[in-house]
Design a protein around this ligand. Sequence first.
Ligand code: AHR
Length: 509
Amino acid sequence: MADARITLHPDFRRGTVDRRLFGSFVEHLGRAVYTGIYEPGHPQADEHGFRRDVADLVGELGVPMVRYPGGNFVSNYVWEDAVGPVEERKPFLDLAWRTVEPNLVGTDEFLQWAEREGIEPMMAVNLGTRGVAEAAALLEYCNGGAGTRWADLRIANGRAEPYGVKLWCLGNEMDGPWQIGHKDAHEYGKLAAEAGKAMKLVDPSIELVVCGSSSMQMPTFGEWERTVLSYTYDLVDHVSMHAYYEEHDGDRGSFLASGTAMDRFIDRVVASADAVGAERRSDKKITISFDEWNVWYLETRFPGESNLPIQRDAPRIIEDVYSGLDAVVVGDLLVTLLNHADRVPVAALAQLVNVIAPIMTEPGGEAWRQPTFHPFATTSRLARGTALDVRVDAPSYTTSRHGDAPTVTAAATVADDGSLGLFLTNRTDRTVEVDLAHVGAALTLTEGHRMVADHEPAEHGPEHAAKVAQACWSTLDVDDAVIGSAAGTTTLRLAPESWTAFAGTFARS
Ligand code: AHR
């Protein structure tokens, strides 16, 4: 008998997979911008100073949307200092990361890079040290037509056409005491409502994201969402969620169950938002913008923002080096996000380049893929159309950090043409056999990829990342992965501590 049973039915549907679920994040932090996406003088730099090799990897990663410019950085950012002639811009002391920001890349440079690369921008406004007027002015600068002050400034700066930025974050992690201009829920809720109101008067077509809690561990979690949404429910479209996961003290079982923690976090935020809606007798549903998520060794490797010395020239900050195990967890977190496609249309892998990132660079040198690149790129490529409501019957195991968690997880998507994306994680340290029951449509698997957790990177650098990829990441022979086939059931074998993706078809006959 198989260890787990997974049932797919074409009529059991969770929701449409919004492409913005595969977003990422570029903050003015460390080497994300300077010597990350932007490095004039690099052999691969284009005429605007942006690295072609990095942009090509971003394309391969399958990122349709990028959040910018922060993050903690945005909460003390003066966007006006980083527009207009570059030679007139002054360096600025960013207090969030205690770094001298040279202001060589600002709103226009970023938005034009995104446009050239076919990436939708998601912008954040500063509600830490600034307020309603500056937020409305930035939106007018980006989206306004000719004839008003800030739009005319953009035109004078060489950009006639409005950028048409749709997605806007009302600040960042405003519940966090580390945030410059941190506020309590009432202060922030009122400010977000007023800033959002002004912004929708500038451009009613935008979507607004209000800050939720910085993590489920925040002491104000729940109460924060309730209070903030009580001020902003009718105005905003999404509430943000942020979560980072890491392995503590070699506890692989808990780390591998990070997707279960994310799953519960989403359920709780959805319940909090719906409770506010229910009290207001509203039919509107607030959705989630999970605009920071990743593996980040925050507690075990990061000294904390306030311990960073003041630095300049793109310092190396939080350049985590990832293992196969980290990549399995990233794949599994994507399984969770897909299984919430009905309420999570927007998400951002934090971050994109050099800072807790799937893409790394060396100044003047090459750009390369971290192990986490592979499950992300594969999911972004294969997950199309509708996320199915996959039924998984698998035994649970007990973890010290997240209680009981399923040993096997799965998500599946089907596009209009019947193409299937199937994503599975085996969180146990042994091979498991899974019966895949397919009801109501014929199933064919044509392509498979697997990440296993068994190799730690020795050091930072392209050779080490390549060694991990060689040891952990492989293209599967589907005939080897499929160990049995009977009417309506395909039996698969999943390697220990692995994440596996299949492409195929799931089409009604
Ligand atoms: O992604 C790194 C940081 O994590 C972001 O600046 C902040 O929003 C979060 O705490």
